[in-house]
Ligand binder design. Structure first.
Ligand code: SAM
Length: 587
């Protein structure tokens, strides 16, 4: 086990640069980030509308009016200058972006009236802190992004301090790293009074924890992490679904991942080419030069830190990565550019997949148990989910935690079964058709296929669709029953017009940005009996589900969606991420 970091040595948070982005791990914001944050959070976050521009009221209408009274050219010029200056204030963060989620938490903590008044005075960016200033704060809660959130001391006015690696009820001495809209982000100098009910630093299994941006929660028990993730879903639905409380079911406890470490089946470390000042002798005898860092970005800094192993990744990946690191050191002068590495844990693909799936299938055989690590993005990776075998391009999309996938799929399956039984009892038509939108390599279409007569999947990536077709064949699902096509998800409703809507289940599993309006319109137009919405971003999920429900409100019996169940799955233990699964049904 790696050494546990001394809390005092926890990272010195510094700003990311524009190019920084590991879309797979949550990141703190950086200065001037609100606009950039939308792009850096994930490449697939798209704009959902024109962001509101915050313009201070003073010096705007009121200001120019009073200047207008003086009716001087200077007055007009000054007022115009002020207007221009105010206009440069960054727009509010994109709704549902990590920046917006934090902004909503700040509004809640400081009070909406206070935030609006500060904003109206044009002081939302007027930090009471200098960079580097030290201050003591009391952490009030862990925000949805996984960081401690505190009010600034009252002498500093309405302002918030965000501190990574802290938990509620801790008194912390921090150093201000940077300032942003209504808050500063700070590094821990000292945890004056730790919350020993929640924090136990001996739980930390990674020597880079607190410095690397990947994990936020290693000091917490799994139970606490699951509770926090449930709270994130509660808050997301409260803020973003805009549904009345009565429309939101009790959110079930978050499902734990069977593996809490060594679960991650994909890892993407990187390194830069040798700098100009490097000497050819720097790597003599296989010695790693100080300037060569192979790993991940320092927490919120556009700077790679050297990471020898990642305890949340599988042992196989760490093994291969260690070997590759030696080769990289040896050959570093041959690289003309920086490189992004990719590692995928996979079943050994030298075994014949068709033969493996010929009955009787022996899941204990070497073909089903020998794991390898693939580092070629274009190579095929293979994994078993329950009784189903999947192949996909190693660099393409597939869920990254194989240990929890059977639980996720079983949950969706059992909830569909419950709906089927309810309908049967009520002598209503059975659920016979499944549409898997954003289907990737066919995970849901294939694992749920036994419940349906006809299944159709759609996905933007042509290579994922090729994998989905092959996976259907590998798992002996005939083409007369299942079909896949590449294209934009909303097109599927035209292609499944022969599916009886009142007997159809639609699974939605979009990227972090959620569904676009065109998709939701088509979905609601088609009006499938059941919708299962799986998402790695519960904020956009809440927004979309609120939208779907509102669009059918007031419609007749059997035509209105109701949110039946909502539950989180811990696909990413030790991080603040949570996967949400929601089921909607027409009533
Ligand atoms: C979160 S993944 C889910 C994949 C699959 N359901 C699974 O669990 O393996 C989202 C998928 O949506 C695809 N995608 C993104 N935008 C899309 C669009 N507009 N229409 C269809 N698919 C899209 C991506 O290529 C990706 O495979």
């Amino acid at each position: 086990m790696s050494t546990v970091p001394d809390i005092a040595s926890i990272p010195k948070t510094r700003p990311l640069s524009d190019s920084d982005n590991d879309a797979e791990v949550p990141a703190l914001k950086k200065p001037r980030l609100e606009k950039e944050n939308v792009q850096s959070e994930s490449m697939d976050v798209e704009s959902t509308g024109t962001p509101e521009v915050v313009i201070g009221l003073e010096g705007m209408e009121g200001g120019s009016k009073s200047k207008g009274n003086t009716n001087t050219a200077n007055g007009k010029q000054n007022s115009q200058k002020k207007r221009d200056k105010k206009k440069k204030e960054p727009p509010l963060p994109e709704p549902c972006s990590p920046g917006d989620v934090l902004y909503q938490e700040i509004r809640e903590l400081l009070g909406p009236d206070v935030v609006d008044a500060v904003t109206a005075r044009g002081e939302a960016f007027k930090s009471p802190f200098e960079k580097g200033e030290e201050v003591e704060v009391d952490i009030e809660f862990i925000g949805s992004g996984g960081n401690g959130v505190a009010k600034a001391p009252s002498s500093k006015g309405a302002w918030v301090v965000v501190v990574p690696c802290t938990v509620q009820k801790e008194k912390v001495k921090v150093r201000i790293a940077w300032n942003e809209r209504l808050h500063s982000t700070a590094d821990i100098v000292e945890i004056i009074s730790p919350n020993t009910e929640l924090r136990d630093d001996s739980r930390v299994q990674c020597k880079y924890f607190g410095t690397c941006g990947g994990c936020q929660y290693q000091m917490l028990s799994s139970e606490t992490q699951l509770d926090l993730k449930r709270d994130v879903i509660v808050k997301a639905y409260k803020i973003y679904s805009k549904l009345p409380e009565s429309s939101i079911p009790t959110i079930e406890s978050t499902v734990e991942s069977p593996l809490l470490y060594n679960y991650r089946t994909k890892l993407t470390p990187h390194f830069e080419r040798a700098p100009k000042y490097a000497k050819k002798s720097d790597n003599e005898g296989g010695k790693q030069p100080d300037w060569l860092k192979i790993g991940f970005n320092v927490l919120n800094v556009n700077k790679t830190m050297d990471i020898e192993e990642c305890p949340i990744a599988t042992a196989n990946i760490n093994q291969k990565y260690k070997e590759d690191r030696k080769e990289i050191v040896k050959n570093i002068f041959n690289y003309k550019k920086g490189v992004s590495l990719m590692y995928r844990d996979s079943l050994d693909t030298t075994f014949d997949a068709e033969k493996m799936m010929e009955p009787p299938v022996d899941k204990l055989s070497e073909a089903f148990t020998k794991q390898v690590c693939i580092s070629n993005q274009k190579a095929q990776a293979r994994e078993l989910v329950g009784d189903y075998l999947f192949e996909y391009e190693a660099g393409g999309f597939f869920q990254n935690n194989n240990s929890v996938l059977p639980l996720l799929v079983d949950h969706v399956r059992s909830h569909i079964r419950t709906s089927q039984e309810d309908l049967e009892k009520a002598s209503q038509p059975p659920l016979t058709h499944l549409v898997d939108t954003y289907c990737g390599a066919g995970l849901f279409a294939i694992t749920l296929s036994s419940l349906f007569e006809k299944v159709s999947g759609i996905e933007l990536s042509a290579s994922s669709i090729a994998s989905a077709k092959r996976n259907a064949s590998l798992n002996h699902i005939p083409t007369s029953k299942i079909s896949f096509q590449s294209g934009d998800a909303f097109n599927i409703f035209a292609t499944v017009s022969s599916f009886p809507a009142n007997q159809t289940v639609v699974v939605i599993d979009p990227p972090r940005k959620g569904c676009d309006e065109a998709f939701i319109k088509q979905l609601v137009g088609f009006r499938p009996k059941v919708v299962v919405y799986v998402s790695c971003n519960v904020h956009t999920q809440a927004r979309d589900i609120g939208d779907i429900i509102r669009r059918t409100e007031g419609d007749g019996e059997g035509q209105r969606y109701r949110l039946e169940t909502l539950r989180g799955f811990d696909l990413f233990p030790q991080t603040a991420h949570v996967e949400g699964v929601a089921l909607l049904r027409l009533y």
